[in-house]
Design a protein. Structure first.
Ligand code: DNO
Length: 398
């Protein structure tokens, strides 16, 4: 695997040199300042490449070129936005970039209720708490249809939780959920969020799924022609939120999307942490089944409070949690071997240690939530250790 590291650009308090010292071989980045729906310029792409080179690494993967809400709902300026998305791919290819990640989650990107949840030994982890989330939906956002989406017992728990909720927690929930987490394309106030939700009134699960297929039918031929692999990141968490459908949450969802637009250029960002929040997603099985179409990997682990869907969970250490990381890495190494035997030039799959707990000096550095230096370094070190062991001629068979 190629060991990569997400860098949010010059604003990131963890530098490219830090990434190199942590053992990263390449960088994952995006032009976060470019408004969603517009094409990235060649100059902008080159500038980011130069910034990364100055730190001693190369820009391997784009995460993400955002897909606008207009594109997801096929309303407003969506046709222009698709043309701009295609143009961005062409310009990235002209600059030598071959892997582009995106997601198709309506309105909200990844979502957590707590960004600094204290674990037993004082580290900080990200957490999704279903009771807090329900309290947010019903009592803070006050989405009119919210109560219809939750079972009675949960509604009751959420009411009690909200009644005792301090003001700073109410504010934090609004910020964490509505305003978006690092890498999210757009952020909203509560009023804007309610308004955005209304734009999905005509877009149910089937419609959204079809819109994804339409989008892929338009961009995949361009990607194929210019030698780019695009790869869809799964829903995080992998179930509907705030009454919005989510359509890349399960193995079946991915099978549908890959089958409908059956080209290698149309692929998967395998995010073990996102999909792993559902007990019914078996990550080693998914990794094997879609191996040929996996172009980028996020390795991360979560521990679920329950095996229900939805559930509460927290981001555990990379080798803890519900996903058998050794089995996932073994499946990816098998796929790399297969590609090498076929002489494919994409035989090395880029992976990044996704997220990390805040530990040691992370606790005072103030990096982007989920993206501390030392917590990710630890994750990368552990994952590299597994890879090295699995590749060892005496002990691994790969
Ligand atoms: C969170 C990330 C997501 C991801 C996007 C991909 O840490 O995994 O923000 O970048 O969903 O488009």
């Amino acid at each position: 695997m190629r060991h990569t590291w997400r860098w949010f650009g010059p604003v990131d308090k963890v530098t490219v040199r830090d990434a190199a010292q942590a053992g990263a071989q390449g960088i994952v980045s995006a032009l976060h300042h470019v408004p969603t729906g517009t094409a990235w310029t060649i100059e902008g792409i080159r500038q980011r490449q130069d910034e990364i080179k100055a730190g001693g690494l190369y820009w391997d993967v784009v995460e993400s070129v955002p897909v606008s809400e207009d594109m997801k709902t096929q309303t407003g300026d969506w046709r222009d936005h698709v043309a701009n998305w295609q143009e961005t791919l062409r310009r990235l290819s002209a600059c030598g970039i071959r892997t582009v990640c995106y997601n198709f989650m309506p309105v909200l990107d990844w979502t957590r209720t707590d960004l600094r949840w204290e674990t037993g030994h004082g580290a900080r982890a990200m957490r999704f708490d279903l009771v807090d989330f329900t309290a947010f939906d019903i009592h803070i956002l006050k989405r009119p249809e919210a109560s219809a989406d939750y079972p009675e017992a949960l509604i009751e728990q959420a009411a009690q939780r909200f009644a005792a909720m301090p003001d700073d927690k109410i504010l934090a929930l609004g910020r964490n959920i509505g305003a978006g987490l690092p890498g999210s394309a757009d952020g909203y106030t509560l009023d804007q969020l309610l308004e955005k939700l209304r734009t999905y009134q005509g877009t149910d699960r089937n419609r959204l799924q079809q819109n994804l297929i339409d989008f892929l039918s338009q961009v995949t031929p361009v990607a194929e022609e210019i030698g780019i692999n695009i790869c869809a990141h799964g829903d995080d968490p992998p179930w509907p939120l705030l009454g919005l459908p989510r359509i890349l949450s399960t193995e079946t969802d991915y099978a549908h999307m890959l089958g409908q637009v059956d080209s290698r250029a149309n692929g998967v960002t395998l995010c073990t942490g996102s999909l792993g929040a559902r007990a019914d997603n078996n990550l080693p099985v998914i990794a094997k089944r879609f191996a040929d179409r996996i172009h980028f990997v996020h390795l991360r682990n979560v521990t679920r409070d329950t095996d229900t869907v939805p559930c509460s969970f927290f981001e555990d250490e990379h080798l803890e949690g519900g996903t058998d990381m050794v089995a996932v890495i073994a499946a990816l190494l098998d796929e790399e071997k297969r590609r090498r035997a076929e002489g494919r030039d994409d035989h090395q799959i880029p992976m990044r240690p996704d997220h990390g707990q805040e530990i040691l000096d992370d606790l005072t550095r103030g990096a982007q939530p989920g993206y501390p230096a030392i917590g990710r370094l630890k994750g990368l070190a552990e994952l590299r250790g597994i890879e090295r062991a699995l590749l060892h001629p005496q002990f691994g068979a790969r």
